[in-house]
Design a protein around this ligand. Structure first.
Ligand code: FAD
Ligand code: MLT
Ligand code: ZN
Length: 506
């Protein structure tokens, strides 16, 4: 088991989706429908004539029906959810996606859109027998305008592949996350993924210039513009950004790529308390100004389980809290000096207890790898409840000690880490096994606490299958009604990603 999890973590960080899916299939989680007591909606069930139709448009190879082939597409990355799909389709073109959806809509067959299957809220896998439409074969780069930085590509392109491509042309992708080696840009758009440098480059509502999507009835919506400014009516692209496959399938993306920074420097610091992290953040913004590209934190337990479970090096000694600061700038000497000066100043002030600053690619990678690997490190210790919440910064860490106390010896680890600059904390609660008793201790408690602090119950991972019944903690009924109206307008038969995002109406 330990090796399996290590492999999954390594796969998501570095290798290809197929390999990750292969790894994920080595142990079977309980069926989501049973675990969460969900009732199947009245969709049609797939018949052999349906499979024949899919084969007629995709060919035999791109229609998977064998159990062994299909199983990995039914299981999510953290092995919490398991669907019961019997069919996986792998279209290569927008036209094929359109034909599939048009057919499914007429037949009232439910569909689960899938990208790299790295989602953390169960949105990317079916709950019952929804047909999985995976875009991994739609992976062509269409154009890159090196002057404006506008990249047009198909939705199935892997984020890291795109980043490597644009880096050769002195640009970078505007987002980066631990799952970059596996997640697809269409998945990133559909979840409005945040990641490690949102602080500097903003979210995808700003970076996505345009997109192409297919509606539930097969209509292709062409909003694939590359203009920075275009106020011709409603900004329809935003409907698809963050809608988690419930309003349409994203098939092409136009995205703005910022310039490759000439100088990158990373600092990793030990800090005594969370209060000191906040003081450090304020000081970093003023000392580093426009070159600050990331300000991440992790508590002692988050780093220590990652070091221990995944056998990774920690470049400094053990401290109650850690901060990772990164700069993206244009002058190596100047930027390195700025960060080193910041380190000296704050060591003198006592805000930093110890730290290291480096511009060496290998050393920077070691530090980032430690931070990015926290996501999967807890998985070796049984079951992990993952919470991804936004909380106003002054209360950012409040919930972690509260949860530690509440869970007592029922949890093996309760740790917090995340994107301080964005007010987004990830709280992982490791328990020996998933039980109803533990669930009732955590939920809705966590969401009530977040709502009381005026936070959001999902900062960046989305609502997916795991959180629709908690969405009201962050969305008013008036907004939920409009969301339902939009869903009905765009997908009247409700075939796209059912059981996800929108709560059931009593
Ligand atoms: P999937 O997981 O396949 O799908 C996610 C959702 O989008 C599903 O609802 C699916 O139905 C829908 N979808 C996928 N593709 C399409 C499409 N083309 N059209 C319509 N709907 C589609 N997330 C962050 O925001 N920030 C992080 O820092 C971060 N770090 C992570 C680190 C690790 C190690 C892991 C495993 C995950 C992390 N995630 C993070 C979560 C996840 O990687 C993101 O949500 C990512 O954007 C999902 O992309 P994907 O291609 O894997 O999509
Ligand atoms: C992260 O910031 O590491 C990711 O969002 C994944 C996680 O929550 O563990
Ligand atoms: Zn995150």
């Amino acid at each position: 088991m330990l090796n399996t999890i290590r492999q999954i973590v390594l796969c998501a960080n570095k290798r290809h989706v197929l390999e990750q899916i292969r790894c994920a299939s080595q142990a079977l989680p309980q069926l989501s429908a049973e675990k969460y007591n969900v009732k199947r909606k009245a969709f049609a069930t797939v018949q052999s004539t349906d499979v024949d139709y899919f084969k007629s448009i995709l060919g035999n190879e791109r229609v998977l029906t064998d159990d062994n082939d299909v199983t990995p597409f039914n299981i999510d990355w953290i092995k919490n959810c398991r669907g019961q799909s019997k069919v996986v389709l792998k279209p290569k073109t927008t036209k094929e996606v359109s034909q599939i959806l048009s057919y499914c809509n007429q037949r009232k067959l439910a569909v689960c859109p899938q990208g790299g299957n790295t989602g953390l809220v169960g949105g990317s896998v079916p709950v019952f027998d929804e047909i999985v439409v995976n875009l991994m074969l739609m992976n062509s780069i269409v154009t890159l305008d090196e002057i404006s930085g506008a990249l047009i590509c198909e939705a199935g392109c892997i984020l890291e592949t795109l980043d490597n491509h644009v880096r050769e042309r002195n640009l970078i992708m505007p987002l980066d996350l631990g799952a970059k080696g596996t997640c697809q840009v269409g998945g990133n758009v559909s979840t409005n993924a945040g990641g490690l440098r949102l602080l500097r480059y903003g979210n995808l509502h700003g970076s996505i210039l345009g997109l192409e999507a297919v509606k539930a009835d097969g209509t292709i919506i062409d909003c694939l513009k590359t203009l920075k400014k275009d106020n011709t009516g409603y900004h329809l692209k935003h409907l698809f950004i963050g809608s988690e496959g419930t309003l349409g399938m994203v098939t092409k993306v136009a995205i703005h790529c910022p310039v490759l920074p000439k100088a990158v420097t990373v600092g990793f610091f030990g800090v005594k308390s969370f209060d000191n992290i906040l003081k450090l953040y304020k000081s970093a913004k003023s000392s580093l100004g426009e070159i600050l590209s990331a300000f991440e934190m992790a508590d002692h337990d988050a780093i220590s389980i990652t070091v221990k479970n995944l056998n990774l090096p920690n470049p400094i000694s053990e401290y109650p809290f850690y901060v990772l600061v990164e700069t993206h700038g244009s002058d190596e000497g100047h930027d390195g000096e700025k960060l080193t000066r910041f380190l000296s100043k704050e060591m003198e002030s006592g805000l930093i207890l110890d730290g290291t600053v480096t511009s060496e690619p290998g050393k920077m990678q070691t530090i980032w790898n430690l931070r990015e690997s926290i996501a999967g490190a807890g998985l070796v210790q049984g079951y992990v409840f993952k919470y991804d919440v936004s909380i106003p910064q002054k209360h950012y860490y409040d919930l972690v000690p509260k949860l530690k106390e509440r869970m007592g010896d029922k949890a093996t680890v309760v740790c917090g880490y995340g994107h301080v600059g964005d007010g987004n904390i990830h709280i992982n609660v490791s328990v020996p096994e998933y039980t109803r008793e533990v669930v009732s201790l955590l939920e809705p408690y966590v969401f009530e606490q977040v709502a009381a602090l005026q936070g959001s119950i999902s900062a960046e991972h989305g609502v997916g299958f795991r959180k629709p019944h908690y969405i009201h903690y962050s969305k008013d009924e008036s907004a939920l009604r409009l969301m339902r109206d939009l869903k009905t307008l765009m997908d009247p038969n409700g075939i796209l990603n059912p059981y996800k995002v929108l709560p059931e109406v009593d």
